[in-house]
Design a protein around this ligand. Structure first.
Ligand code: ASP
Ligand code: MG
Length: 450
C-alpha cells in the first residue's frame, strides 16, 4: 500500500508570488509523500491561446512580453534561485521563437504549434513553484510531465493512456517515498512519438487524477479557491455550506449540472481506482474542504443543488408519432448529425421535449440550432423553441426509490410554472426547468430542505 498523495494547485492558487508561497507552505505542512501538479498562473493560458491564434506578430509579441514579465515579476518576488532563473530564461527564449514564427500551413503543424505554445504556462509555473519550494527543501525539482503523462495524438484534447503513464511513473513511487520533492505540470503530456500534447482547457485536474491513478495514490488533493464543494452556489444562496463528504456519483452529477469546482471528466480516473479526492482552499486550508469518496457515511435524499442557465427547450410534435415506431430514432439521428448535445428528454404520445445547453453545443463552433437542422425536423414535425430557461438539478441519493422529494421541489417552485421535470434515469438527480428569472428564489426555497 502506497502512501503517496497528489496535490494539484490550480491557476488562482498560482496567481502570484504570495499565492505560490501559500501553496508551498501548505505542502510543507502535510506529512504524506506528495507529487505536486500545477496549472499555469491565472490568466497565462488565456493569453497563450490568443498568442497562438494571432496572425499579427506585434500582437503575439505583446502577449508574449506580458507573460514573460508576469513570470519574471513572480520570480523576483519569490527571490527565485539561479537554477530557476536559468530555466525560466530558456523557456522564455523558446516562447520568443514561437512568437516570431508564422502560422504553419499544414493543420498538423498548426496543432503542434498551438500545443507547444499553450504548454509554456504550466512549464514556467512549475519552475516558479520549485524555486519557492527549494527555500524550504533544497532538493525540490520541477520534472517534465511530457516524460510522465502519455496520451494519444489528439492535439488540443488528448486522451491520457493510463498503462503507458503508469509505466513512465514507476520510478516516482520510490523517489517520493524516499523524500524527493517533485513538482510537475498539469494539462500537458506527450504522445507515443514524444510529441507534446495538451488535454484540453481546464485539463490540470484531469492530469492530477491520471497521476493519482498511475501512482496508486491514497488521495488526490485538489487545492483551489473555494473551501470544497458547496451545497449550492453561495452567490445565489447565502446559506450555502461546504459538504464534508460527498460520493463520486453525486459529485459527478453536480459537476455535470453546473457546479464549477470539478471537471466531470477529471473525476473518472479517481473513481475507477477508488481514490478519494479532497477539494480545499489553497490559501485557507484551515477552512476544511470536501472529501469525494466511493461510499460516504451519510446518504441524504437531497445533498446539493446545481443550476445551469441559458437552456433551450426544443419541443418536436408530430401526429405521425401516434402509435408509430422509429420516430425517436429518426429525431435523434438528425440531432446527432448536427452534433447537438441533448440533456433532458421527456416524451408524450405525439411529442418529445429536449433541453439543449448552449455551452455544450457551441463547443464545436456551431450555432445552437442550425437552420438546416430545423428544416429537416419541420419536414415531419412541428418544432417549438423556448429560450431563457434555467435547469435546476437536485442531487442526492435513492431519488425515486426511497423518501419523496417531489413535494419539496414543487412547493419550492410554486408559483413558477415548471416547464419540464425529469426523474428516474439516475438515482442521484431530479432535474426541472423553469424560467431563468425565477431560478434563484427557487434554489433558495429548496435549500431550506437540505
Ligand atoms: N492552464 C490550463 C487552462 O487554463 C489548464 C488548467 O488550468 O487546468 O486551461
Ligand atoms: Mg484551472
Amino acid at each position: 500500500m502506497s502512501s503517496t498523495q497528489i496535490a494539484k494547485f490550480g491557476g488562482t492558487s498560482m496567481a502570484d508570488a504570495e499565492a505560490i508561497r501559500a501553496c508551498v507552505k501548505l505542502i510543507e505542512s502535510q506529512a504524506a509523500a506528495t507529487l505536486v501538479v500545477v496549472s499555469a498562473c491565472a490568466g497565462v493560458t488565456n493569453r497563450l491561446v490568443m498568442l497562438s491564434q494571432s496572425r499579427a506578430q506585434v500582437e503575439r509579441q505583446r502577449l508574449g512580453d506580458e507573460i514573460i514579465q508576469k513570470h519574471n515579476r513572480i520570480a523576483e518576488q519569490l527571490s527565485a534561485d539561479s537554477v530557476a532563473i536559468q530555466k525560466l530564461q530558456t523557456l522564455h527564449q523558446q516562447l520568443q521563437q514561437l512568437v516570431l514564427s508564422e502560422l504553419p500551413q499544414s493543420s498538423l503543424m498548426q496543432e503542434r504549434r498551438r500545443d507547444a505554445i499553450l504548454s509554456f504556462g504550466e512549464r514556467c509555473a512549475s519552475e516558479l513553484f520549485a524555486a519557492c519550494w527549494r527555500q524550504y527543501q533544497p532538493g525540490a525539482l520541477a520534472i517534465d510531465a511530457t516524460e510522465l503523462l502519455k496520451t494519444d495524438n489528439c492535439h488540443g484534447n488528448a486522451n491520457p493512456e493510463l498503462a503507458a503513464t503508469r509505466h513512465c511513473c514507476q520510478y516516482l513511487q520510490d523517489k517520493l517515498s524516499q523524500g524527493a520533492k517533485l513538482v510537475t505540470q498539469g494539462f500537458i503530456g506527450s504522445d507515443e512519438t514524444g510529441q507534446l500534447t495538451t488535454l484540453g482547457r481546464g485539463g490540470s485536474d484531469y492530469s492530477a487524477a491520471i497521476f493519482a491513478a498511475a501512482l496508486n495514490a491514497e488521495q488526490l488533493n485538489i487545492w483551489t479557491d473555494v473551501a470544497g464543494i458547496y451545497t449550492t452556489d453561495p452567490r445565489i444562496c447565502a446559506d450555502a455550506r461546504p459538504l464534508p463528504e460527498i460520493s463520486f456519483a453525486e459529485a459527478a452529477e453536480l459537476a455535470t449540472f453546473g457546479a464549477k469546482v470539478l471537471h466531470p471528466k477529471s473525476l473518472k480516473p479517481a473513481i475507477e481506482n477508488s481514490i478519494p479526492v479532497f477539494v480545499g482552499h489553497s490559501r485557507y486550508p484551515e477552512r476544511g474542504g470536501s472529501l469525494v469518496v466511493a461510499e460516504p457515511q451519510s446518504r441524504p435524499s437531497i445533498r446539493a443543488l446545481a443550476c445551469r442557465r441559458n437552456q433551450t427547450l426544443l419541443t418536436v410534435s408530430s401526429v405521425d408519432m401516434l402509435h408509430a415506431t422509429g420516430f425517436l430514432a429518426r429525431l435523434f439521428d438528425i440531432l446527432a448529425r448536427y452534433t447537438i448535445s441533448v440533456d433532458l428528454v421527456t416524451t408524450s404520445e405525439v411529442s418529445i421535449a429536449l433541453t439543449l445547453d448552449e455551452a455544450g453545443c457551441q463547443a464545436n463552433g456551431q450555432s445552437l440550432l442550425p437552420e438546416a437542422m430545423l428544416d429537416e425536423l419541420r419536414q415531419f414535425a412541428v418544432v417549438e423553441i423556448e429560450q431563457g430557461l434555467a435547469l435546476i438539478a437536485v442531487i442526492g441519493n435513492d431519488i425515486g426509490h426511497s423518501g419523496d422529494i417531489s413535494p419539496h421541489v414543487l412547493q419550492a417552485a410554486s408559483p413558477n410554472p415548471v416547464r419540464l421535470i425529469c426523474q428516474g434515469a439516475s438515482r442521484h438527480n431530479l432535474c426541472f426547468l423553469v424560467a431563468d428569472e425565477g431560478a434563484d428564489q427557487i434554489i433558495r426555497n429548496l435549500h431550506t430542505k437540505l
